[in-house]
Ligand binder design. Sequence first.
Ligand code: PNW
Length: 447
Amino acid sequence: MPQIPALPPTFRWGVSTAAYQIEGATEEDGRGPSVWDTFAARPGAIKDGHHARTACDSYHRWPEDIALLRELGVDAYRFSIAWPRVQPTGRGPVGERGLAYYDRLTDELLTHGITPLPTLFHWDLPQALEDDGGWLSRDTAFRFAEYAARTADRLGDRVPEWITLNEPFVHTVFGYALGQHAPGRTLLLDALPTAHHQLLGHALAARQLRERGARVLIANNCTPVDPASGTEADRAAAEAYDALHNRLFNDPPLTGSYPDLSAFGVAEHIGGAVLDGDLALIRGSVDGLGVNYYNPTRVRAPADPGGLPFDLAPMEGVPRTAFGWPVVPEGLRELLLRLGRRYADALPPITITENGCSYPGIEDPERIAFLDGHIRAVADAVAEGADVGGYFVWTLVDNFEWAEGYTQRFGLVHLDHTTQTRTPRASYTWYRDLIARHHAARPDAAM
Ligand code: PNW
């Protein structure tokens, strides 16, 4: 039995999911198409031609998912709301039946003492908005704030805290720069205005949510970046990558400025996207920082001096998940301590909004070791002064892993994609027991 890491009694344990990855029912109850429906229909876009029209069928099987959450004993559940269910074309009247789904889900969670933590945008933009430019268009930021306001009007009396955006870095880079995710644009550095428009949308939405009395988080995927060697060229490359991956999305809300992207040949106003007053609006727009952590990053000077100012270098001598991602729990401790040093008093409390790994087996000692190592890394960082209030495992049930389709399995619960049978893995039982021990050690716990 692993001992309980020394985390504060108020520490929140949870799991995270995302609408498009689990719900299915993409044409039900008036849902409009999203960029992911369009992208997944492109030949070759998704591994093995998989699609998410059924996914985990959570749109119908949500009571089963909630039963799994109850048995797991989580304090909170992070799920996402599909914008195209709330507004099928991304603007105008609310789709009543779509919102009713999240209304029921929220009520059922609260009935069982589980705090709902909804994410408003986990990459499923209504296709109609993409047709008008998507996040390249400044107007999308205003549409997002309107969607946030309408959703909070309906659920806000029961939702204390919202996450606006999930991983704008991944959405910008994979979705708009490299074309590996929806909407499949290959704009390279011309994708950068989408980063600013997402942050602007976040800030406009945050204003709406705060006016309704809620706290606001953004979930950024962060990685500690290190140079592959001590050479000046490798150091400069690491600094450039750090600015793009971490600082581009953390600096504006925490400090009110963009990092220096001149190594990329990008001027401070990001291609003219940043208008007067935007940064003042974005500054201070979070009450907490959501951190999604998967692995650290090694960077070296570019082999091709005419391209990007960095090359990604492989991590040597570390275990890998079934997805091939390096397993480096200490990277999470390092990341949390670095965030504290970089932002000091400007850093709000952190929630680990995602951490997890892909392994196929129902017996999954590797996932147990992964989670144990990372939770210990959080506890170590907390012991060294980091302010971390919660930890959410990615994810509850194996699901539609974006361009990988169903080939990667991140669930604490195994899914049979043919029968939709959910089978808890060994790691589910392990996490359940860890949460139970932590709860039992709370000062107010019943004997
Ligand atoms: C996150 N990367 O995506 C997402 O928030 C989840 O929806 C996803 O299922 C999970 O992590 C596992 O992939 C990421 O390449 C996608 O650095 C790509 C990267 C990181 C996170």
